[in-house]
Design a protein around this ligand. Sequence first.
Ligand SMILES: [Zn+2]
Ligand SMILES: [Zn+2]
Length: 246
Amino acid sequence: MSERIFIGVAWPYADGPLHLGHIAGAYLPPDIFARYHRLKGNEVLMVSGSDQHGTPITIKAEREGKKPGQIASQYHQQFLDSWQKLGISFDLFTSTGTANHAEVARHIFLTLLDKGYIYKATISQAFCSHCQRFLSDRYIEGTCPYCHSSGARGDQCDDCGKPINPAELIDPRCRLCGSTPQFRDSEHFFLKLSAFRDRLLDWVKQQTHWRQNVLNFTVSYLERGFEGQGYYPRYRLGNTCAHSWC
Ligand SMILES: [Zn+2]
Ligand SMILES: [Zn+2]
């Protein structure tokens, strides 16, 4: 009997062209999987799209003097061309810029807010007085406190792979103007992930097809709880980000 196979492929940030790492890590494996199941006669739905909302896009846009929307559409088009040339067989490749995406995201946000699963809290965040703006993690760079590499970002060090809290960086600098940021209080929305901890743990422990290291990492992460792990949980497995190309 034919099975229904859904393949949700990681959504690439539309902030630059694809390289071989993207293809080898994130797009070729699901395409092979999809083709295998189609050959078997299964009903396959392989879906992904351009993430048009990430900070990397606004950084790129500011550097090139363009609007974030221009950068996002430019690379979205490039992605579509690449899939066609490479023969990557998405059943749907959309983007986070659609009306449908906005509607679904709004519905999820408001439902979580209404049920008390989203709350506001104040955190200390880097502020650049030259640029007159708060700087998100990727807008800050400096020296890694672990390996002393000079090109670490406010969210991670590419050289040693460690996640970083921007306040830990040695000699932090604004990536836009090079000034030293100050840390000020700033209010943000947070997802109350701790409310789902027990249910998540139960579900994760029932998975029989996960790789053992992934399973161990996830269980120990959930068992430790979410407090004191920086501004937000880091989706990392050793040196490998869940976005395998990062
Ligand atoms: Zn480092
Ligand atoms: Zn600045």
